[in-house]
Ligand binder design. Structure first.
Ligand SMILES: *Cc1c(COP(=O)(O)O)cnc(C)c1O
Length: 584
């Protein structure tokens, strides 16, 4: 943190006409709230994480990937859109040393990624004033506004209930809100990508209430303009902050006594979960797949179950699909230039012949080999695969519920499958710093691999999983393994990249996959994990057989794409959000 002694002059920004309160009242009187977006009143999207390495911001996983995809799709659709996020001056990379994943840290400078300094804003940190740099970069109808300072730290650094995390979240919320005003933007809507961004909506509530609006009307106004997007399943797992921490980092930034009182009342036993207040401040709430929206178990302060609207995540096809495949899908009118499936897409999928599919996979394989030149496996070996070699991939964040170890339950059986098809199994995924369970699981898996003469040459772990690796693997492999414990994946987007890049998908019926039919892919299920493991191996055999038959390959690919193209289309996701947020 970058502290400075308090200077009241800096702190109070003029607040003229930031909100279109008059328009709001008029609309309320007419009984209809129209929240039009325009250049000056963009759709605002708040996120503690964005995964966008081209713009110098490396994320941790799916939440950040989604944020970057959402902005890119908004740009393509010409939606006025502002994404507000921190720019972290340092980022983590991973490598394997003696079977153990170790983190290394690198500094990043926003100037090298085309961000322009706008000005500084200030927030209070206890009795000090913290100066924050506002930087921004514009892309068509969209922009990224980033909040940063030299000691801002890394994404998810420290404990999730720690002071520094709270500081980062308050800096994004209050600092980001001040940054919007600085730039001259009024939010048409505030989408809160998870609860770490709660303070942005709080800053808005405070501004209204401290500028003469009746407190309850200010609450209604803020609620009607805020969407809380939840990615988590269990509220109980969420970290809590203490009242004492809020006294230092949050309350000093609130000007309205009514807002302070409102927030203070939300503590139980001196503790607060940000989800409980985010639910209060956002009238619109969404989950990230149909299944997730249905089963996310959240309660409001009164104890009532919270309803979430399902807006299933999608991906920016332009970004995640091998250019050759993308071009083919556009020319064949399977998807349009904006990335929507066309009205005739099902018929047009017939154009995906086995010959075409195999040709695209060869192109994907070349990309994979190219990227692998600088990405050695766990033994420091540079991998290169032949055009016709069969590759399974498991590439996603190494989180316990995703079960990266499932295929290793019976190493003999895994070996038989790989050996009978001359196949390889590639794994890639980040292990969260400090996640001992996953460190240990990965170490054991690598040990199993190392002990077996055949597996040693055919099972590979590529460290430092990132966007480049994600694209290369989805384009260059043949079969993807996605086996989260059913009920625990909110959506997942890795599998979407695999389906779009013509991999045969083996999956449990969970997250966004469960938006589609179980018959549209190779489903893994069972009454216990033992049965699931058995079915996974069966499916791995079936998937290999599919690649041996032109007829089966065409059939499988067309079925997968028919069912899932509408789900994975990022344009579809953006349209769903627009329909929800700006009903006509
Ligand atoms: C797509 C992607 C993700 C998303 O992972 P899920 O486990 O499917 O949510 C995470 N990290 C990177 C680098 C990705 O490209």
């Amino acid at each position: 943190m970058n502290n400075e002694s308090q200077d009241a002059e800096y702190f109070y920004h003029p607040l003229e006409n930031i909100e279109d309160v008059d328009i709001f009242y008029e609309a309320v009187e007419r009984g209809k709230l129209t929240k039009a977006v325009s250049k000056e009143r963009p759709y605002t999207y708040w996120t503690i994480e964005i995964y966008d390495q081209a713009n110098g911001i490396r994320g941790g996983g799916g939440l950040g990937i989604l944020a970057a995809d959402t902005r890119r799709v908004a740009e393509k659709l010409g939606v006025p859109f502002a994404l507000i996020t921190p720019f972290y001056p340092s980022e983590t990379h991973q490598k394997v040393e003696n079977g153990v994943v170790v983190d290394e840290h690198r500094n990043v400078d926003y100037k090298q990624f085309g961000f322009k300094f706008v000005d500084q804003v200030h927030i209070k940190c206890g009795n000090d004033l913290c100066k924050l740099d506002v930087v921004q970069k514009e892309f068509g109808s969209t922009r990224i506004i980033a909040i940063t300072e030299p000691n801002f730290g890394e994404l998810y650094s420290g404990l999730s209930w720690g002071d520094h995390r709270l500081y980062q979240e308050v800096a994004l919320g209050f600092g980001g809100y001040a940054a919007l005003k600085l730039i001259g933007l009024k939010p048409a809507i505030m989408q809160l990508n998870e609860v770490a961004t709660f303070f942005a909506a709080l800053a808005r509530l405070d501004e209204l209430a401290s500028n003469g609006m009746d407190f309850y009307e200010a609450v209604v106004y803020t609620r009607k303009h805020t969407l809380y997007t939840n990615h988590t399943l269990v509220q109980a797992a969420e970290a809590e902050f203490t009242h004492e921490q809020f006294e230092r980092y949050v309350f000093p930034n609130i000007k309205s006594l009514a807002v302070k009182k409102w927030l203070s009342d939300k503590f139980t036993d001196n503790r607060i979960k940000l989800s409980s207040v985010t639910i209060e401040i956002a009238e619109m709430r969404s989950g990230v797949s149909k299944l997730h929206a249905r089963i996310a178990n959240y309660r409001d302060i009164a104890g009532n179950k919270v309803k979430f609207k399902a807006v299933t995540n999608g991906i920016d096809m332009d970004y995640w699909v091998l250019p050759e495949i993308l071009k083919f899908m556009e020319n064949s009118e399977i998807i349009d230039a904006k990335g929507y499936p066309t009205v005739n897409y099902v018929e047009n999928l017939e154009l995906f012949t086995a010959e075409k599919i195999r040709e695209f996979k060869k192109q994907g394989r070349r990309l994979l080999n190219e990227i692998l030149k600088k990405r050695p496996d766990q033994n420091g070996k540079i991998l290169k695969f032949g055009e016709d070699e069969l590759i399974y991939d498991f590439r996603r964040r190494f989180a316990d519920y995703k079960r990266p170890e499932l295929a290793f339950h019976d190493p003999g059986r895994l070996r038989n499958i790989l050996e009978s098809h001359g196949a390889h199994y590639i794994m890639a995924g980040r292990v969260h710093a400090g996640d001992q369970t996953m460190q240990e699981k990965l170490r054991k898996m690598l040990e199993i691999v190392d002990r077996d003469d055949y597996l040693r040459g055919h099972v590979h772990y590529i460290s430092d999983y990132d966007e480049e690796m994600a694209l290369a693997l989805s384009a260059g492999c043949n079969i993807t393994v996605n086996v989260p414990i059913v009920g625990l994946e909110a959506c997942g987007t890795s599998w979407m990249k695999d389906v779009a890049n013509l991999n045969v998908m083996i999956s449990t019926h969970d997250g966004g996959v469960a938006d589609g039919s179980m018959n549209a892919y190779l489903n893994v299920s069972g009454k216990d994990e033992g049965e699931e493991v058995d079915m996974l191996y069966q499916r791995m055999e079936e998937a290999a057989a599919i690649w041996d038959s032109d007829f089966d390959l065409e059939y499988t690919m067309r079925e997968q794409l028919k069912e899932f193209l509408p789900v994975i289309s990022g344009a579809r996701m953006m349209q769903d959000y627009l329909d929800y947020l700006f009903p006509v």
